[in-house]
Design a protein around this ligand. Structure first.
Ligand SMILES: [Zn+2]
Ligand SMILES: [Zn+2]
Length: 322
């Protein structure tokens, strides 16, 4: 059994390599070379291990070809995925402030870590499978969530489900046609890429962000969902590596956590290595306009046309989302 040996290149930097097996302190070993592909695990009601998506577009764009990291048996090898190369540094502007019962966010969406070079270079491995033609661009996003959210009846996961403390947006785990975006799409070493209006985003919790562990072994806070609940990294209390089966239908659970400097018994989401990676649905109420804003379509309705998913073309395709 191997211990965790992800190699990090430094603070806020990218992953150089994944270990093959991630072992938790307790029960779970997660084989990163044989993660289940989440295609089809899209529900219309809350369901553990699935994502309850508000919408998918079967005609939407995405990777045009399955990469060789698919094992052919319903699993894929995360460690063998093509990575969009580069280490472009940005000037992030990100603030979180508490104002009464609200938590107020302002971000230009540019991350505090390096990114790959976008559009994806034609001479890269990643381009063979996913010709994402979009560039990263600065956004102007301000929004408010409850500082101390309450559980409500679950809601579907829109395209954008939160923001990570890197300053960049977290999308749900699906590409636009509703496939497992982490398995299909190519991303950079921090697992981010831009959609068609330039919004840099992740479909899982970036390993460049999920780097810290608290004294009790539990992962540190890595972001906030649009309902105001916290998103934490891949470890539970005692340092156990969590899997979807440990979590509820929205990919969270309730126990004592540190929240704004206090210890409270509170619901929160977790990242996992396995699908749906993060939020499967929302356990608190949320404002759909916040999700639209984070998704890049907030000011002028939808952000534009998509490209047909098939067949692959020789020319660079038009911009697409997500
Ligand atoms: Zn927890
Ligand atoms: Zn995406």
């Amino acid at each position: 059994m191997h211990r965790i040996s992800r190699i990090l290149a430094g603070a806020g930097a990218a992953i150089a390599a994944f270990a093959v097996t991630v072992a938790g302190a307790l029960a779970h070993d997660v084989d990163l070379t044989r993660l289940p592909v989440g295609d089809g695990r899209v529900s219309s009601s809350p369901q553990a291990g699935w994502v309850w998506a508000c919408r998918v577009n079967p005609q939407g764009g995405g990777a045009h070809q399955q990469g060789p990291w698919f094992n052919g048996d319903g699993t894929y090898d995360l460690t063998a995925k093509a990575i969009v190369p580069g280490n472009v540094m940005w000037n992030p502007k990100f603030s979180i402030t508490e104002q009464g019962d609200s938590r107020v966010f302002s971000t230009n969406d540019l991350p505090n870590h390096g990114t790959g070079v976008y559009p994806i270079g034609r001479n890269t491995d990643a381009y063979k499978y996913d010709r994402n033609p979009n560039s990263i661009s600065e956004q102007n996003i301000s929004f408010t969530v409850p500082a101390n959210p309450a559980l409500a009846s679950p809601g579907c996961a829109p395209g954008a489900v939160g923001v990570l403390i890197s300053g960049s947006v977290l999308f749900n785990p699906l590409d636009e046609p509703g496939r497992d975006a982490v398995a299909w799409e190519t991303q950079d070493r921090c697992q981010g890429h831009p959609q068609m209006t330039g919004v840099y985003h992740y479909h899982s919790v970036s390993t460049c962000v999920d780097t810290e562990t608290l004294a009790n072994g539990h992962s540190a806070l890595v972001g906030y969902a649009i309902d105001g609940f916290g998103i934490f990294g891949r470890k539970g209390v005692g340092g156990e590596t969590l899997v979807s089966a440990d979590l509820d239908e929205c990919h969270g659970h309730t126990h004592e956590i540190e929240w704004d400097g206090r210890t409270v018994d509170m619901y929160h989401y977790h990242a996992t290595w396995d699908f749906p990676y993060t939020i499967g649905c929302l356990r608190g109420s949320y404002d759909a306009s916040v999700a639209r804003l984070l998704g890049g379509g907030g000011t002028g309705g939808r952000a534009g046309a998509t490209r047909p998913n098939q067949p692959p073309r020789r020319q660079a395709p038009p911009p697409r989302r997500p």
